[in-house]
Design a protein around this ligand. Structure first.
Ligand code: NAD
Length: 355
């Protein structure tokens, strides 16, 4: 298996270095991986004048999976828009046709005090949002700000989903549910929107191919409420681009720790780009204190979703749990009575816990 590692900017390089240590340790135990690094984002601009250099894109296209750190930094903010680091990220997602975004939100028992919700509400939380990433009102045409017939300015966007777009992300959702507790809740606004009515019909049709998975439907306003009222009722939530954008941020904050949350973006063949949900954190970059666990857990997602190596994925996740249980904490998740460690020390501890 070929893995393209794109560290990016700021803490991106620091956290991917620790994730690579984990991959190299697994490789010593027989995991057949080949790792190659390339610059992206601001690093891509510095290297080749392009946030997504040709060579980087070619490497990512040839790889079975991509591990990305994070992009962006204040030194790039004055660049013309097409040269900004974030454009590299948008372009690589588009070029690799990554239409299904998987965002787990899991609360580790040791970190329950980081959540803003009461322990009895969030303890044991372990859900995943599967969000459609390339369609919906964010991409639908026509879109414009124009002057209407009445002579006033008017903003227009178009919510649009084709049957095939819904079907392919529904398959991703059901496949993710098969690897978990086998319950899928499809979230829409079918009481008001035709796009949602079709969404619900197509998801129900695809469900016939996954009889082991139980399917329920929920309106998005209710889902937003249920996520803070009783988030443990969910296993996999499947939803469209705009609803998923909002619900996935809401769900990730239930765990209270941005440095702990991985993500995956998959194509139709299961090839994926795996990355922490956090950014390049310029405020702490270069100090060696960033939390590498979100990136290490992204490796676990890669093993599970692209390489279908459940045993290796479990092994990485268990190693992270063990390190937390031993009281090791980076600064972002530190509380009194635990041991504060640096980025590299946390990575080394996870590698040691794999033994
Ligand atoms: P951010 O996620 O980088 O940081 C938000 C806060 O969380 C900061 O205080 C930071 O120190 C902290 N934080 C983030 N990750 C952490 C970690 N692993 N360990 C410890 N603390 C961590 O978001 P931001 O400050 O809004 O954005 C900074 C830059 O990152 C911007 O240029 C933005 O465009 C970019 N960004 C990139 C991505 C991406 O590459 N996917 C995502 C979001 C933001």
């Amino acid at each position: 298996m070929k893995i393209a590692v794109l560290p990016g900017d700021g803490i991106g390089a620091e956290v991917t270095a620790e994730a690579v240590k984990v991959l190299e340790r697994l490789a010593r135990d027989g995991l057949a991986v080949e790792i190659e690094e390339a610059p992206i984002g601001g690093a891509g601009y510095d290297h080749a004048g392009d946030p997504l250099p040709e060579d980087t894109l070619r490497l990512a296209q040839a790889a079975d999976a991509v591990l990305l750190g994070a992009v962006g930094g204040p030194q790039y903010e004055a660049l013309p828009r097409p040269l900004r680091p974030e454009q590299g990220l948008l372009r690589i997602r588009k070029e690799l046709k990554l239409f299904a975004n998987l965002r787990p939100a899991k609360l580790y028992p040791e970190l329950v005090s980081s959540s803003t919700l009461r322990p009895e509400v969030v303890m044991g939380l372990d859900l995943m949002i599967v969000r459609e990433l390339t369609g919906d009102v964010y991409f639908g045409e026509p879109r414009a700000i124009h002057t209407n017939a009445g002579g006033e300015r008017e903003g227009v966007n178009t919510m649009r989903y084709s049957e095939s777009e819904i079907a392919r992300v529904a398959h991703s959702g059901f496949r993710a549910a098969m690897k978990r507790r086998r319950h899928l809740c499809s979230v829409d606004k079918a009481n008001v929107l035709e796009t949602s009515e079709l969404w619900r019909t197509v998801v129900t049709e695809i469900h016939r191919e996954y009889p082991e998975v139980s399917l329920s439907h929920m309106y998005v306003d209710n889902a937003a409420m249920q996520l803070v009222r009783n988030p443990r009722q969910f296993d996999v939530i499947l939803t469209g681009n705009i609803f998923g954008d909002i619900l996935s941020d809401e769900a990730s904050m239930l765990t209270g720790s941005i440095g702990m949350l991985p993500s995956a973006s998959l194509d139709a063949a299961g090839k994926g780009m795996y990355e922490p949900i956090h950014g390049s954190a310029p405020d702490i970059a270069g100090r060696g204190i960033a939390n590498p666990l979100a990136t290490i857990l992204s490796v676990a997602m890669m093993l599970r979703h692209t390489f279908s190596d459940v045993a290796a994925a479990d092994r990485v996740e268990r190693a992270v749990e063990r390190v937390l249980a031993h009281g090791l904490r980076t600064a972002d998740i530190y509380v009194e009575g635990t041991r504060r460690v640096a980025t590299a020390e946390m990575g080394d501890a996870v590698v040691a816990a794999l033994e």
